[in-house]
Design a protein around this ligand. Structure first.
Ligand code: HEC
Ligand code: HEC
Ligand code: HEC
Ligand code: HEC
Ligand code: HEC
Ligand code: HEC
Length: 275
C-alpha cells in the first residue's frame, strides 16, 4: 500500500481523494464466475458467497486476506491481486463507504443510500459544498468522529461493531457565555442533543433535538427562535428578520438570507458595523 493513505486528517484525505482519484472498481472486466480456491460465487456480487459479503459478515476484516494476497494486496503467494479490480487497493476509503467523489456516506456500509438510514442520515447536509443546502460552512468529520490517521487506525473498524463511533469535536462543544454544551448522540432515536451548533448557546433553543435521519427537523427557527414560524429571533430585544443585517451584516443581508455561511454557527456571535 502506498503511503498516500497515511494522512494527517480526514479533511486532507477528502481533498487528496480528488487529486489521486478514488478507488474505482473496474466493472468492465469479465469476471470468472468462481474462484477455485474460495469456491462458487466468490466473484459474483449477487451470490451469498460473494467476497464482499463475506468480509462484511466477518467484522469487515480484510487484514486476514493479506497472508495469501500479500501485505500490499498485489498478489502474494496466492498470485492473485486485489488491485486488478480495486485499483487503489481494497483498503481505499471508498471501497466500503462513499463514492468516487467523497468518502462520507452515502453510500454507507452494506450499500445503504437512503437518508432515512442511520449510517447515511444528514451527512450530505453537513458535508456538501452546495451552500443552498446548508446554514453553515462544511462541517469537518472531526466534529462528529474521532480523527483517523488511515485505514489501520485503531479507532477505525472495531470488531463486532458495524456502525460508526460518534465522538463530538470542539465546535459541537463550544462554550458561549455561561452555556456549556454536552453533546450526545442517541442511536436508538437518531437524535443529537445538547450540541452548540443546534441551539445549546446563550438564548438558543437549548432543548432542540435534531434528528439525523430527518433533515426537515432542522430549519430556520429550530436552533434559535421559533421552530414553528421559522422566526430566527434568539430572544430578548431582537427585531424582525429584515433588520438582522443592521448588526450582523457580515452574516445576513437585508432580505434575511445568510450570505456568509462560514460566519454562521462558527462558535462566536458575529457583528459588523451598522450599514
Ligand atoms: C489461505 C490463502 C488465502 C487467503 C487467506 C485468502 N485467499 Fe483469496 N485466493 C487464494 C488463492 C490461492 C487464490 C487463487 C486461486 C483462485 O482464484 O481460486 C485466491 C483468489 C482470490 C480471488 C480471485 C482473484 C482473481 O483475480 O480471480 C479473490 C477475489 C480473492 N481471492 C479474495 C480474497 C479475499 C477477499 C480474502 C480475505 C477475506 C482472501 N481472498 C483470502 C488464497 C487465499
Ligand atoms: C475480479 C474483481 C475483484 C477482485 C480480484 C477483488 N475484488 Fe473485491 N470487489 C469486487 C467487486 C465487483 C465488488 C463490489 C463493488 C460494489 O458493490 O460496488 C467488490 C467489493 C469488495 C469489498 C467491499 C464490500 C462492501 O460491501 O462494501 C471489499 C472490502 C473487497 N471487495 C475486498 C477485496 C479484497 C481484499 C480483494 C483481494 C484479496 C478483492 N476484493 C479482490 C471485485 C473484485
Ligand atoms: C474494508 C472496509 C472499509 C474501508 C476500506 C474503510 N472503512 Fe471506514 N469504516 C468501516 C467500518 C466497518 C466502519 C464502522 C466503524 C467500526 O466498525 O468501528 C467504518 C467507519 C468509518 C468512519 C466513522 C467513524 C468511526 O471511526 O467509526 C470514518 C470516518 C471512516 N470509516 C473513514 C474511513 C477512511 C478515511 C478510510 C480510508 C483511509 C476508510 N474509512 C476505509 C469500513 C471500512
Ligand atoms: C454532524 C455529524 C457528522 C459529521 C460532520 C460526519 N458524520 Fe459520519 N456519521 C454521523 C452519524 C450520526 C453516524 C451514524 C452513527 C451510528 O450509526 O450510530 C455517522 C456514520 C458514519 C459512517 C458509518 C456509516 C454506516 O454505514 O454505518 C461513516 C463511514 C462516516 N460516518 C464517515 C464520515 C466521514 C468520512 C465524515 C467527514 C467527511 C463524516 N462522517 C462526517 C455523523 C457525522
Ligand atoms: C441592534 C443590533 C442587533 C440586531 C438588529 C440584531 N442583533 Fe442579534 N445580536 C446583537 C448583539 C449585540 C448580540 C450579542 C448579545 C449578547 O451577547 O447577549 C446578538 C446575538 C445574537 C445571537 C446569539 C444569541 C445571543 O442572544 O447572544 C443570535 C442567534 C442573533 N443575535 C440573531 C439575530 C437575528 C436572527 C436578528 C434579526 C432577527 C438579529 N440578531 C438582529 C445585536 C443585534
Ligand atoms: C443548525 C442551527 C441553526 C440554524 C438552522 C440557524 N441558525 Fe442562526 N445561529 C446558529 C448559531 C449556533 C449561532 C451562533 C450563536 C452563538 O455563537 O452564540 C447563530 C447565529 C445567528 C445570527 C447572529 C450572527 C452570527 O452568525 O453570529 C444570525 C443573524 C442568525 N443566526 C440568523 C439565522 C437565520 C436567518 C436562520 C435561518 C435562515 C438561521 N440563523 C438558522 C444556529 C443556527
Amino acid at each position: 500500500m502506498k503511503k498516500i493513505f497515511i494522512f494527517y486528517s480526514l479533511i486532507i484525505l477528502t481533498v487528496f481523494g480528488f487529486i489521486y482519484g478514488c478507488s474505482e472498481v473496474k466493472n468492465d472486466l469479465v469476471m470468472a464466475p468462481s474462484s477455485a480456491f474460495h469456491g462458487d460465487g466468490w466473484l459474483n456480487t449477487v451470490s451469498a458467497n460473494f467476497h464482499g459479503k463475506y468480509i462484511a459478515s466477518n467484522s469487515w476484516d480484510i487484514n486476514g486476506c493479506k497472508s495469501c494476497h500479500g501485505a500490499d494486496f498485489s498478489g502474494g503467494t496466492a498470485k492473485a491481486s486485489c488491485l486488478t479490480c480495486h485499483e487503489n487497493g481494497p483498503d481505499a476509503c471508498n471501497t466500503c463507504h462513499g463514492n468516487q467523489e467523497h468518502i462520507y456516506p452515502p453510500r454507507s456500509l452494506f450499500g445503504n443510500t437512503l437518508n432515512t438510514q442511520t449510517g447515511v442520515g444528514a451527512h450530505e447536509q453537513h458535508m456538501t459544498n452546495d451552500t443552498t443546502q446548508r446554514y453553515s460552512a462544511v462541517v469537518d468529520c472531526e466534529q462528529c468522529h474521532i480523527p483517523l490517521t488511515g485505514f489501520s487506525d485503531s479507532n477505525h473498524i472495531k470488531k463486532n461493531q458495524s456502525f460508526a463511533t460518534v465522538v463530538f469535536g470542539d465546535l459541537a462543544r463550544k462554550t458561549t457565555e455561561g452555556v456549556t454544551p454536552n453533546p450526545q448522540w442517541d442511536r436508538s432515536t437518531q437524535t443529537c442533543t445538547n450540541v452548540y451548533c443546534h441551539g445549546t448557546f446563550k438564548n438558543g433553543n437549548q432543548s432542540a433535538e435534531p434528528k439525523f435521519t430527518d433533515p426537515t427537523s432542522v430549519r430556520c427557527g429550530s436552533c434559535h427562535g421559533d421552530p414553528v414560524t421559522g422566526n430566527p429571533l434568539p430572544g430578548g430585544t431582537h427585531p424582525t428578520l429584515a433588520k438582522c443585517y443592521l448588526c450582523h451584516g457580515g452574516v445576513i443581508d437585508s432580505s434575511g438570507v445568510i450570505i456568509n455561511q462560514s460566519l454562521h454557527i462558527n462558535g462566536v456571535v458575529n457583528f459588523s458595523t451598522i450599514k
